[in-house]
Design a protein around this ligand. Structure first.
Ligand SMILES: Cc1cc2nc3c(=O)[nH]c(=O)nc-3n(C[C@H](O)[C@H](O)[C@H](O)COP(=O)(O)OP(=O)(O)OC[C@H]3O[C@@H](n4cnc5c(N)ncnc54)[C@H](O)[C@@H]3O)c2cc1C
Length: 312
């Protein structure tokens, strides 16, 4: 039996571990990998305080060093498939049973879920090849890199519109490509975009492929009305069609919004189940960034400590 099990070892999970270990708790971290989305970030991170520039893999190496220095017990290459409250669900003050894909079972007084999210892909030729070489899933992270270049944003929802508005601080021209005949962003975002002469919305646009040599130089889409293929010469493609939070294994222990993000108490990061905390990109939040995930992880660890102290 552990005091605390942390699910996931991305920025939120690592921060939760570092904070929890200082509270002298017995902790187990179970994760598919170390670093989460950061491990996939090939180009530099330039908005994490303390580092003018650091690549994803370099930051992950630092996470690993810090995990070792703190003697945190981490099981990697393992997936949590369910979390249950021991005994009757209604008796929510029970201990937790965490089951993994390899058939192991672990018990703890409290759980912090930091299972993160993955950006949805458009699944077209060139997307994977040019990921980090012009294809980005995070305008806040990568926007400044495209200064003075022409870019496309795929997705006419709030994410796409807010990305385009942010990018307009840096670039002279932005195309928003929307698959449907109407965009889906809310009225406020539509008004802001309408006032911005640098943003052009193209509806009925089905992205066909992303082209380039070493880096992206064009996006090709099919006009769903005329059937014609059209090419836009762009240096960047921002895919903004939403996230898939990894929350399905939480078995009704947490309340989810329509995007399957975890709803939590903002003061404590606790979910509707006492003793089950949630932090990072899997949570309801408008912005998904390393600094925010880390902050939530730290906060959840301190709240979990208070919970464990009262319930041990
Ligand atoms: C390409 C790219 C570039 C980015 N660039 C930046 C940037 O420059 N600056 C910035 O601030 N942010 C950036 N971000 C966003 C940032 O990476 C995320 O906000 C951050 O990683 C979220 O941290 P997290 O710990 O909440 O989730 P994640 O990083 O998603 O980590 C989740 C962890 O949980 C594990 N996991 C998931 N499900 C299970 C399960 N069932 N069982 C066990 N383990 C599980 C995963 O393996 C992973 O270790 C970028 C994201 C991407 C994709």
């Amino acid at each position: 039996m552990y005091d605390l099990i942390i699910i996931g070892a991305g920025p939120a999970g690592v921060a939760a571990g570092i904070y929890a270990v200082r509270q002298q708790l017995s902790i187990l971290v179970i994760s598919k990998d170390i670093g989460g989305q950061v491990a996939k970030k090939a180009v530099d991170i330039e908005n994490y305080p303390g580092f003018e520039k650091i690549s994803g893999p370099d930051l992950v190496e630092l996470y690993k060093k810090q995990i070792k220095a703190n003697e945190l017990e981490v099981i990697t290459n393992e997936e949590v498939v369910s979390v249950e409250v021991k005994g009757e669900r209604e008796k929510v003050k029970g201990n937790f049973l965490v089951k993994t894909k390899s058939g192991k079972m672990y018990e703890s007084i409290a759980v912090i879920n930091t299972s993160g999210a993955e950006s949805k892909l458009i699944n077209v030729p060139g997307e994977e090849e040019f990921s980090g070489k012009g294809v980005s899933y995070c305008s806040l992270c990568d926007g400044p890199v495209f200064k003075n270049k022409i870019v496309a944003v795929v997705g006419g929802g709030n994410n796409g519109f807010e990305s385009a508005l942010f990018l307009s601080n840096y670039v002279p021209k932005i195309y928003i490509l929307e698959y449907n005949d109407k965009v889906n962003a809310d009225a406020e975002n539509q008004e802001l975009v309408a006032k911005n002469p640098n943003i052009e919305i193209i509806t009925n646009a089905q992205v066909a492929r992303i082209e380039g040599k070493v880096f992206v130089n064009a996006i090709v889409y099919k006009d769903r009305v005329s059937g014609e293929e059209k090419k836009l010469n762009v240096a960047g493609v921002f895919v903004e069609i939403g996230y898939s939070p990894a929350t399905s294994f939480l078995n009704g222990l947490v309340e989810l919004n329509e995007k399957q993000e975890v709803i939590f108490n903002p003061e404590t990061l606790e979910t509707k189940t006492p003793g089950l905390f949630s932090a990072g990109d899997c949570n309801v939040s408008r912005y998904k960034q390393i600094v925010m995930a880390s902050g939530e992880g730290a906060k959840a660890a301190l709240s979990a400590y208070n919970y464990i102290k009262k319930n041990k």
